[in-house]
Every structure is written in structure tokens, then in C-alpha cells.
Unconditional design. Structure first.
Length: 233
């Protein structure tokens, strides 16, 4: 795993402080861990995607990790962030950090719900090489994100999930592994099965219920067979 060299990323993790567009200091919240940030940066660097999407932007740590790697690759890659709360609940901090890093030309914010933004991107014919899902964590929203990102992603592309210790996300991962053509990638994260006690930890290990980020590579485009069902009365 390569450490993300972006000085703003390092500053945020060290000080645990972020600044809004008016330079007001705010304690950092709702962010990915430093280990997951470095893993995301390394994965982008190693796989050299051109088009990336993230669901959920928050204070912009995942955003900066992706954009820093895209800049180092130097092939004109772009990141689309989908976050309907960036200007309200998130106080514009993620966008401010993109501006501080001078990443505006390779970044696009869609400040609307994922269930509106993703179908529009699909209709526009966008094809995606890497996605990072860290939005609303209920089963329906995570499955919806994966459903559309699967259709947007090129074969060989990668879809990553944050907060995999949530039961809702674990259910989606079971769907990914059994109903679509994906393989899980080893991105250097040691499996984390830690639970509230020994029994919970053992159960997590038995069910392969990991807490760390998980990455999956798409092997092929796949759709269910067109089967017609006839009602019988």
C-alpha cells in the first residue's frame, strides 16, 4: 500500500480538522479511515482508471485520494462525485478541498440523489473504470448504487465498498458475488473481523463478514435471460 502524498490529506488526518469555504475550522467527521484512504489512492494508481465515480463526498478525503492518483497518472482522468448534501449538511467542505488542491478541471460534483444522477449518467452512455460506494448505507440504497454502477462499469473495471461491517452492505456483497460476474481483489488490507466480543468476532470470521473496505473487479457484462412468465388462472 502506498501512502497518499497529498499534503492536505496528511494535514486533515494529523489535525482532525477541516475548513469550509470561509476558512472556518470544523472537527472532521464522517470520513474514511487513513488506511482506507491510502488503499483507495494505491488502487487508483495501480489500475490507472480514466473515469471514476464516488457515491458520497463528505469532507472530500476519498475525493482527494482519487484525484491525487489521477493527477500522478497524468492521462486526463476525471472523477464524478455524487452527493446531494455537499452544500448543506457537508457545508461545502469537500468542494473547498478540491479547490485547495487545484483539482477543479478533473472533478465534477452532481449535487443530487444517486437514484437520479446514476440513471442520467447511464442514459448519457458514460462508461466507468472505478467506483467507490460510500453513500447512504441502507440495503436498498447500496444495492441501487451497485445496480447502476454495474451497468456503467466496463469489464475489467472496479467497484469498491466502504463500511463493509454494516449488515446492509454485507447483504449487497453477497448479491454481488452470487448474481453478477465479479472477482474480489486483494488490495493489501488485512481482513478485519473484530466484533464486540469473542463470539461476535468468531461469527464474523465464519461468515466472512469483514469490516474493511472491499474491492471487486468486473469480469464481464451480464444480464438475466429474457424470460417471459405467464400467469395461470
Amino acid at each position: 500500500m502506498t501512502i497518499c502524498p497529498n499534503p492536505l490529506v496528511r494535514e486533515i488526518y494529523e489535525t482532525k480538522i477541516v475548513r469550509d469555504a470561509h476558512e472556518n475550522e470544523i472537527p472532521v467527521w464522517a470520513h474514511i479511515t487513513e488506511e482506507h484512504c491510502n488503499t483507495l489512492y494505491s488502487t487508483v494508481l495501480d489500475n490507472r482508471p480514466r473515469q471514476c465515480i464516488e457515491i458520497g463526498m463528505s469532507c472530500g478525503l476519498s475525493t482527494l485520494a482519487i484525484l491525487t492518483a489521477l493527477r500522478e497518472i497524468g492521462e486526463g482522468g476525471q472523477l464524478i462525485s455524487i452527493d446531494p448534501y455537499q452544500s448543506t449538511d457537508r457545508k461545502g467542505i469537500g468542494v473547498a478541498n478540491v479547490r485547495r488542491g487545484a483539482f477543479e478541471q478533473s472533478h465534477r460534483l452532481m449535487e443530487e440523489p444517486d437514484y437520479l444522477a446514476l440513471p442520467r449518467l447511464l442514459e448519457q452512455g458514460l462508461r466507468v473504470d472505478l467506483s467507490y460506494i460510500d453513500g447512504w448505507h441502507t440495503f436498498d440504497y447500496v444495492l441501487l448504487d451497485f445496480f447502476y454502477l454495474d451497468k456503467l462499469t466496463r469489464p475489467g473495471g472496479i467497484i469498491a465498498f466502504n463500511d463493509c461491517g454494516w449488515k446492509s452492505i454485507h447483504k449487497v456483497l453477497k448479491f454481488v458475488k452470487t448474481h453478477r460476474r465479479y472477482e474480489e481483489l486483494d488490495v493489501g488490507l488485512a481482513p478485519d473481523y473484530h466484533g464486540r466480543n469473542f463470539l461476535y468476532t468468531a461469527a464474523r470470521r465464519y461468515l466472512d463478514f469483514r469490516r474493511n473496505d472491499r474491492y471487486f473487479r468486473k469480469l464481464e457484462d451480464w444480464e438475466p435471460k429474457n424470460t417471459t412468465f405467464y400467469a395461470r388462472f
